[in-house]
Every structure is written in structure tokens, then in C-alpha cells.
Design a protein around this ligand. Sequence first.
Ligand SMILES: [Zn+2]
Length: 148
Amino acid sequence: MCRAQRIKRRGQSIQPAGKHCTSTVLQHCRKDRGKNTLKDIEKKREYEKRVVHDMIVLYCRKNHKTAKGVLCQQCAQLDTYAIDRSDKCPFMEQKTFCSNCHVHCYQPDMREQIRAVMRFSGPRMIFHHPVTAVRHVILTKREKKKIR
Ligand SMILES: [Zn+2]
């Protein structure tokens, strides 16, 4: 039984999405879980881009001493490259993050750079963006299970 059905059974009305939480009632439905609509895929793409961007910003600020919200030239280049990779990723349906991907589509030098960023920012995300960090771990685990 999905959440929507449970709520109906209790005789309560279903609150529209956005009132009590940001997810829609339908997203809780097991039937619909696992099915990726085109809109979901785009959402995942945007989400991946945002997380990677946050991590690059954090890395740059701590390692290159740039001001908040500014990226040095090298990191800006990496950020643009990462966004471009996400935009072109054909595997968005199966995964949200590159760490779950079996294809490593980054060029070797960019790959080295992004790995350095992940190594640095990964463990620090919990302090700087706790919600994102926890969500990332859960999503990654769930997707890993599905891929196997
Ligand atoms: Zn930098």
C-alpha cells in the first residue's frame, strides 16, 4: 500500500505536495518508485550538478583561498566541465552520481582533479551541507543495490 492509499484509508484528505513536505504523495507510492519519468531524470541531473558544484566551491575556498561564491580559473574550468559531463550523461536513469557509474567518462586530467575535489569535500560535506550529504549517502546506497 502506498502512502496515498494509507491516508485515504484513514479518511484523511491528501494534502497537496509542498504543504507538509516537498515530495509529492505519488513519489511515496511503491508502484511508482523505480520508474523514472523524464522529469525525474532531469531533476536528478540538476541535483547532481548542484552537489558537484557545491563540492568544487568548498574545495576551492579551502585550498585556493578564494572568496565565498567565487571560483578560481582552474576550478571554474572543472565546474564547467563537470556540468557538461552531467548534461551529456546517458546513464542518468540508473544513477545520480558518477561514483555509481561503470563508465568513467572524464578525461584523465579532469578525472584526477574531480577525484581530488571529492576526496577533500566528500567528508566535509556533512558539516557544510548536512542535508545534501545525508541524502547523497542514502541515494548512493539505494542505487548501488538496484544496479547490482
Ligand atoms: Zn580553485
